[in-house]
Design a protein around this ligand. Sequence first.
Ligand code: WTA
Length: 650
Amino acid sequence: MANKHTIEELSYEARTFDPPEEFAAQANVTAEEYDKAAADRIGFWAEKAGRITWDKPFDEVLDWSDAPFAKWYVGGRLNAAYNCVDRHVEAGLGKRVAYHFEGENGDTRTITYSDLLREVSKAANALTELGVKTGDRVAIYMPMIPETVFAMLACARIGAPHTVIFGGFSAHAISDRVKDCGVEFVITADGGYRKGKPSGLKSVVDEAMQECPEVRNVLVVQRTGQDIDWQEGRDLWWHEVVDRQSDEHTAESFDSEHPLYIMYSSGTTGKPKGIMHTTGGYLVGTSYTHWAVFDIKPETDVYWTAADIGWVTGHSYIVYGPLANATTSVLYEGTPDTPHRGRWWEIVEKYKVSVLYCAPTGIRTFMKWGREIPAEYDLSSLRLLGSVGEPINPEAWMWYREVIGGDRCPVVDTWWQTENGNILISPLPGVTATKPGAAMRALPGIVADVYDDEGNSVAPGNGGYLVIKEPWPAMLRTLWGDEERFRKTYWSQYPDVYFAGDGAKIDKDGDIWVLGRVDDVLNVSGHRMSTTEIESALVSHDMVAEAAVVGARDDTTGQAIEAFVILKESADGGGEDVVKELRNHVRAEIGPIATPRSIMVVPDLPKTRSGKIMRRLLKDVAENREIGDVTTLADSSVMDLIQEGMSGDA
Ligand code: WTA
């Protein structure tokens, strides 16, 4: 394999990497799995349900009679926390490490499955004492610490769906979600360690709670010991309430379709969607895909998903999938460059991580920092690498394979979404000859396709819209409180198929390349945000009359946010600090990840005659390209004015 990238090599089919023979020989999954699933998809998923322990067996695998509202494993009863914890201890695996926790500040904790059982039982008893009941929603706003997992599993144990809110989100984002979800109980921490210092979380919750009088208790984990405000009667310390509980708790079983969690994600409008997952199908799906895609050998592997539990990747591949499979995982609190840029590789060396799963934005950052940094560490324990969250460009894929994987580890580029619950399109590491940058094929039991505008499958070599043609166990069941939006968003573009909102291409071998969003959803470092959400945040500032946001290509983050704003006349030009102020305003409204890379004050925005902002023209400006077709603009001189103003760009 030549390292020099010639033009031919960069064309899609030029480079393929067969699974190493040794890897294929020991792999969990062989090629027959595809045939088996294709011959009897429902039978295949019935068999996979055997991975899970059911209190009461299900009567029917799938009920799709009320499509698009699916019911999987109908009539079955189970407890998710029991499946993730108790049954492993009962099987004699109590001493196995569930998590090697590594705090950013260097503190560590080893949590075995027995420890996990005790901690989760105590937390479940505490929630019950505090009046949390089956069906109540609990919001969790936490750093990446073991208590976050304890809290989630305690909720699952008593059948109270959790809604985890990413720790980087603002007070406003919390109150929105708490209100939408009808949350009355919040779990948080005083703070966490990020970039070398304690960050505040409780203070953000306090601010959010001003708008959420329905919340009766805030349970607070002490992580950093920083000073925090305290509201008597409402606020409770975790160590005071949880620690004094009995460490025994009998898990009750719930219906297979009992809601497990709600995870909010950006859609094309300003209002985040509450994506709802249920219990049985989700556990079967995450457990199976974790085992198949990552070739997990629970006795020997040390598995690390370097993502945040506040995103679906963390739910499915830090918590539920790995725990259902009795895996040993790494849980890392902090950032990749604290206290130094070799931190990740130090962790791989220290815990002998064998399977690493992360996002392309991280890989591109490491590329920028240089290969000499990982070269200082022993990465020979690695045997498989995964990527998720955004398209991975072939250079980053190759770098990951060569520099991190020592040219011996298969790389699996996994495509999926919060809505999907688990990986849907990915190579199987012991089967698939991979291509740099391609998610390749739908997993066994999943039926994916690429459609043209009319809903016909595109011929090999062509692009279109990614669709999933058959229901799958871990699929979202609805959007919380908004069935109409659920139908409209995913099931209305084409009859009877799930519309993913991603563009994709099928190459001449029939392999799938996912190209990214086709709607007004941005993907910044693998985080989904809607243009409308950021535009609304900008317009909520006194000085702003109108705003348009586009995602522009960025070498590190994949896309970066570029904003164009029209100021109100009363703002009187806004002064020099206007850009800084608006940037801070967006940070405060949504969170640091939504901060625009640049904000340009413009006299007007390009609009069609019907008043729709033509974002593609602004994207041309942001990406420094020649401006596209302006003939449908109501006033075509607008673009000249914007370009003239470019020198004033921040
Ligand atoms: C994008 C993250 C290309 C895609 C698990 C999708 C990807 C959105 C890939 C979902 C990939 C995720 N290749 N694009 N391997 N993985 N995406 O809900 O646009 O945070 O629709 O779920 O990320 O993001 P979400």
